[in-house]
Design a protein around this ligand. Structure first.
Ligand code: PNS
Length: 161
């Protein structure tokens, strides 16, 4: 049986913490689907197709293997996407207690809706304070985002200025 997992998120933008969790998860599963979940009614800094492209390029630059697929999803529940790709597991990075509080209701809803289990994974401690919202703030105020995001993302944010 092929083991398939999903790493979902807004990835606005993808950070080094995300890439760390993606790398760890890809080691454990035959196929890992990284999905940019896009809420069309919510405004984002980076267009969804650019977010997908940035993740693809960051994964390639990190030398990660060919078992990772990157896509976008805006058509409904995450569990519907999971069923479409045949995944029974969602993986989320957990940095601190606030993440546990935020993620737990979503994990329980996904299990109640469709029996999808959520596994929480710890990133490298060096990435524990990095978040997409912090990166967006630093970028908006013209600070240096290179310590927090893949090179390709830093270049993208610098060019967008
Ligand atoms: O990176 P984020 O913003 O913390 O990711 C949250 C996300 C997009 C994974 C979550 O909001 C989600 O799964 N949305 C899809 C809609 C859905 O299935 N909602 C019900 C269960 S959470």
């Amino acid at each position: 049986m092929s083991r398939i997992a999903v790493v979902p998120g807004s990835f606005d933008p993808v950070t080094l913490g995300h890439i760390d969790v993606i790398a760890r998860a890809a080691d454990l599963y035959d196929t890992l689907h990284v999905v940019v979940v896009h809420n069309p009614s919510k405004s984002a800094l980076i267009p969804v197709d650019d977010r997908v492209a940035l993740i693809e390029r960051a994964i390639a630059a990190a030398g990660l293997s060919g078992n990772i697929e990157v896509s976008k999803w805006s058509e409904g529940l995450l569990v519907e996407y999971c069923s479409q790709v045949g995944a029974k597991v969602v993986i989320k990075g957990i940095r601190n207690q606030a993440d546990v509080t935020y993620e737990t209701p979503m994990a329980l809803v996904n299990r109640n809706l469709a029996g999808i289990e959520t596994l929480f994974m710890l990133p490298e401690p060096g990435h524990a304070y990095v978040s997409s919202s912090l990166v967006r703030q630093v970028a908006a105020l013209k600070g240096d985002v290179r310590p927090y995001v893949p090179h390709i993302v830093a270049d993208y944010l610098n060019t967008a200025r």
